[in-house]
Design a protein around this ligand. Sequence first.
Ligand SMILES: [Zn+2]
Length: 107
Amino acid sequence: MRKPHPDPDDTRLPEQHCPNCNELLTGSASFFDPHSRPKEGDANICVYCAAVLVFNADLTSHPATDAELAEFRADEGSWQELRTTQDAIRRAIAHRRRRHAWFSTAN
Ligand SMILES: [Zn+2]
């Protein structure tokens, strides 16, 4: 499983703030095929909040509509890929939170 991190195979995207969490998004990478490139209508999971977004023609993204989610769900392979990617990102988010959850002890 590839981790979401900068990589020579990453695709640079027009800078955009995630429509869900407002983090700055500047690139994307496929978990399943490092050489694939995003195109209009592809699902795009925000690496910061795991929201399901969909690429526009100019490779900015919008939040997936109910109709788009239904379309992804109808294709079992795509839906599985989407859920696996989302789960991996959620685990990475939880891991980042754990790493920064410091606590103090008395000496
Ligand atoms: Zn987000």
